[in-house]
Design a protein around this ligand. Structure first.
Ligand SMILES: [Zn+2]
Ligand SMILES: [Zn+2]
Length: 315
C-alpha cells in the first residue's frame, strides 16, 4: 500500500514537472529568444536575425518532438505470459532436473514462449528470471518498474521529468531529448551572453527593466540546464557505447558483480546501431529506426558477445 502511495506521488511529480516545462519554461525561452533577442536584429543586421531564427527553430522543433516522443512512447512491455499451471509445472520440473523436457513441450505449444529464448541472465540457481507481480518470465535486461507497476524491456530508469519509464522502445528519444535540450540551452545562453557583451562594447546603457530581468532569468536557467545536462547526457552516451542500462551500471557497482563481463557489449558501432538503427539518415531524427534496421532487435532476444560464449563453452 505504501509503495502504491509512493508511486502515485512520483507520477504526480512527473505531471507537475511536465506542466512547468510546457506552460512556463518553453514559452519563456521562446519569447526571450525570438522576440527579445533575434527579431530586434532585423533592422540593423537582417542576416544575423534570419540565421539565429533558423538555427533556433530547427533545434527547438527537434527538441519538442523528442520530448513529445519520450513522454508518449511506451518503453516496452514483456509480450508473453504463461498461465499459472505451466509456471508451477516448470518450477516443479526445475526441482527434479526435468526443465528441458517441460520447456520442449511448452515450445511445441507456443514458439514465442520465454523458454525458447536463450537467456544470458539467470537466477543464481539457474532458473529463468520471473516476475511474481506481473506473473511473467523476464527476458534479459527487463526489470519491474514499481512506479509503472509492470516489467519493462531493457529498462533504463523511471524518469519523473517525462513521467515515463525509459526502456527499449523510447531510449533513442530519451538520448535525443537530452542531447537537443543540452545543445538548445547552450545555444540560447551563448546568444544572450554575446548580446550582453555587445551592449557593453557599444557602451549602450543597461536599464533594469522587466526585459532585462527576463534575460537574466532565462540566461541563468539555460546555463544551469547546460551544466547539468552536459554531464547527464555524456554519462548516457558512455553507457550507450558500452551497451549498458543505468540499472546494469548500478548493479555493476555491487562488489560481487564487479568482475563480471558485460555480455551485451558488442563493440561501440554495434552498440550504437542497436539504439539508433542502421540508417545513418535517421540517427539524429526523433523517429523510430526503420524496420530494415536489423541491429535494433525486438527487446526480448539480445545478442551476446564472444566473452560470454567463451565462458559458456568453458563451463
Ligand atoms: Zn513485473
Ligand atoms: Zn516506470
Amino acid at each position: 500500500m505504501a509503495a502504491d502511495k509512493w508511486s502515485d506521488q512520483i507520477r504526480a511529480c512527473g505531471l507537475f514537472f511536465i506542466s512547468i516545462v510546457v506552460l512556463m519554461v518553453i514559452p519563456l525561452v521562446y519569447h526571450c529568444f525570438v522576440f527579445l533577442t533575434a527579431l530586434p536584429l532585423w533592422g540593423p543586421n537582417p542576416a544575423s536575425c534570419v540565421t539565429l531564427l533558423i538555427c533556433f527553430h530547427i533545434l527547438f522543433i527537434l527538441l519538442l518532438v523528442s520530448y513529445w516522443k519520450v513522454i508518449f512512447t511506451d518503453a516496452g512491455g514483456v509480450p508473453y505470459e504463461l498461465d499459472e499451471a505451466w509456471i508451477s509445472e516448470l518450477n516443479l520440473a526445475h526441482r527434479f532436473g526435468l526443465e528441458a523436457e517441460v520447456s520442449e513441450r511448452v515450445s511445441d505449444k507456443d514458439e514465442n514462449s520465454p523458454l525458447t529464448v536463450p537467456s544470458a541472465e539467470r537466477k543464481l540457481d539457474g532458473r529463468q528470471r520471473y516476475c511474481r507481480k506481473c506473473r511473467k518470465f523476464k527476458p534479459d535486461r527487463a526489470h519491474h518498474c514499481k512506479y509503472c507497476g509492470r516489467c519493462v524491456l531493457k529498462m533504463d530508469h523511471h524518469c519523473p521529468w517525462v513521467n515515463n519509464c525509459i526502456g527499449y522502445c523510447n531510449y533513442k528519444y530519451f538520448i535525443l531529448f537530452c542531447s537537443y535540450a543540452t545543445i538548445t540551452s547552450f545555444y540560447v545562453a551563448c546568444t544572450i551572453f554575446i548580446g550582453f557583451i555587445t551592449t557593453l562594447i557599444e557602451r549602450r546603457p543597461i536599464q533594469f527593466t522587466v526585459v532585462e530581468f527576463e534575460y537574466f532569468v532565462v540566461f541563468c536557467l539555460m546555463v544551469a540546464v547546460t551544466v547539468v545536462l552536459t554531464g547527464f547526457t555524456g554519462f548516457h552516451y558512455m553507457l550507450l557505447l558500452k551497451n549498458m542500462s543505468t540499472i546494469e551500471h548500478v548493479e555493476k557497482r555491487d562488489p560481487t558483480k564487479k568482475d563480471q563481463v558485460n555480455p551485451f557489449d558488442l563493440g561501440r558501432e554495434k552498440n550504437w546501431r542497436q539504439v539508433f538503427g542502421d540508417d545513418v539518415w535517421t540517427w539524429f531524427l526523433p523517429i523510430a529506426p526503420p524496420s530494415s534496421s536489423k541491429s535494433v532487435g525486438d527487446g526480448v532476444h539480445w545478442e551476446t558477445n564472444e566473452n560470454l560464449q567463451q565462458m559458456e563453452d568453458q563451463a
